[in-house]
Ligand binder design. Sequence first.
Ligand code: HAM
Length: 425
Amino acid sequence: MKKIQAIRGMHDILPDQTPRWQQLEAQVRELFQSYGYREIRTPIVEMTELFKRSIGEVTDIVEKEMYSFEDRNGDSLSLRPEGTAGCVRACLEHGLLHNQIQRLWYQGPMFRHERPQKGRYRQFHQIGLETYGMAGPEIDLEVILLSARLWRVLGIEGLVLQLNTLGTPEERRTWREELVAHFRAHYDALDEDSRRRLETNPLRILDSKNPEMAGLIAAAPTLFDQLGDESRAHFEAITAGLDAAGVAYEINPRLVRGLDYYTRTVFEWVTDSLGAQGTVCAGGRYDGLVEQLGGRATPAVGFAMGVERLIAVLEAQGRAAPDTAPDAYLVLMGEAAAREGVVLAEALRDALPGLKLQVNCAGGGFKAQFRRADRSGARLALIIGEEELAAGTIGIKWLREARDQITVGRDELAARLKEILENHS
Ligand code: HAM
């Protein structure tokens, strides 16, 4: 029979890996909450129309990468390729934006039918945050500083902050015309993809990875010349804040992002330790989206991080995975001990909340049980054999330290164990 395997680009996260994920998720959650962000959970499937209207019809995501299908009612649905659109939809649907300021965060799987490679998957995970109702540059600055703090909390080093402004739609329109004129004047030098984008989404030509296009792109006009006073002041307030906070950044006028909803600020945190897929966190301001989706004009700023990429950076930088080994492994020799042991373990857990105790529930001789105890990573083996059972005692054996085994009475076990675990001696 043909083996059924996971879908290409979609990965199991195995028990060896999950401690890292859980630790990262817990650290992010704690930091987000400390800034006043509250979690929102939205469905993984939304109407396809939502993504078309928010991310943009002529983006790679909507044109080529969405998992779209008809459900049994004939509606076109899509697996979410990102979290921002669903977040805005949910906020509008539940009236969360009426004269309110919101700081929200979310996490979960996202789906894009991209060509899988290291750091790029078809199911991947994002943790992101979105803010609504704050028009001034302070919130752009706060979310960027929050992300900078997050790298410190996670112990990630060497990320580079790239920053740009895309101006207002009006400013961008003028820039767009200039860009089109520039690329038209060099039409012969454009690759096929860029020629197509020239008609549909010329800003995205700047995103081209084709080295033959690099010279032409470098010579293209930038938006900075078109910026009005307000957009310029907004951008400068952010850079001044970053300077004051001591967070380094690079202004990258070619940073245009792959989603259409951005206005003014855009930023990405990039690493060179992952090869081509080096962006671990990306976002910006999107003041037009709420109105575009049928709400009242509402300023918005947010970002999302790729969890797989963050984990890969942690691994590449040699960060140790969290220790999930049990404190003790209960070795039980013989049927009577096996039965009693499970109940004794419960009493021990009652007496020592938080105790990480693994019970041998699989039978086996001493050798097999000690092998399992060793593999579990436990610091101690607690041993009940026939002798101990008869005497009402329990053996304590150190598995990682050169110390003599001791025998204690069952009634003093909890206290002795507490002492050993607390004193680390
Ligand atoms: P994005 O740049 O499309 O932005 O994705 C954000 C991050 O998700 C990327 O920087 C990357 O780390 C990760 N990511 C994206 N695609 C993949 C993939 N195929 N495999 C692995 N990781 C991936 C957004 O999604 C926006 N919604 C961010 C945002 C929130 N802007 C405002 N608010």
